[in-house]
Design a protein around this ligand. Sequence first.
Ligand code: E4P
Length: 215
Amino acid sequence: MYIFVDTANTDEIREAASWGIVSGVTTNPSLIAKEGRDFKTVVKEITGIVDGSISAEVMADDAEGMIAEGRELAAIHPNITIKIPMTEEGLKAVHVLSKEDIKTNVTLIFSAAQALLAARAGASYVSPFVGRLDDIGNEGLRVIEDIVTIFALHEIGTKIIAASIRTPMHVLDCARAGADIATVPFGVLKKMFRHPLTDQGIAQFKKDWEDAGLK
Ligand code: E4P
C-alpha cells in the first residue's frame, strides 16, 4: 500500500517527503482554507515537492463548472489529479475529464455502490472516508474491504485511496484490507514512527556504548 500525505501544509509535506515515504498528496477545501494561502499557488508549490499524484478539489456544483475548473487545475502540472465530489454532476465531470486523460479522484465516498459508479464513470481513484464512517457508528473498514473485493472480482483498475484516516491502526487495517493507498495526516504519520521499545532500545545502546568507553 502506498502512502499519500493528507495536508495542504507545505512544511509538513516537505518534512514527510524528506522521510522518503510519500508517493502523493491529497488536499481538500478545508485543508486549503486552513493554510490561508492562494489555492493554485499552494498546489503548484506541492508539485515541486512531491513527484506523484497531487489531488486538488473543484468547488463548482455543476458538471460544466467542475470540468472548467478541472481543466484549469490540470494545466498547472501533469501530476495534478482533479478531486471531484460523489454526485451525479461530479460523475458527469469525471466522465468528460477522463476522456481527456485528466486524472480524477472521486471523493466523499461512503459506500461500495458509490465507488462502483465512480469507477465506471472513469475515475482514476476513489476516496472512501474511513474515519467519518466510524464517527457515525458505521465500520469504515468494511467499506474498504467491500470495494477491494468488488474491484478485484471485476478487474477494475481504479485505485482505492483510504481517506479520513485518524490513527496508525486505520493505516494498518486499510493495508491489510488491500487498499492501494492510504492518505494519512501528518500527525498520524508521526505517530507511526513511535514505539516505546525503539526509544528504550536506542537509550540502552547509547548507555552500553558509553559505559564501555567507546567513542
Ligand atoms: C482526503 O481525501 C480527505 O479529504 C480527507 O482524508 C478527509 O479527512 P477528514 O475526515 O479527517 O476530514
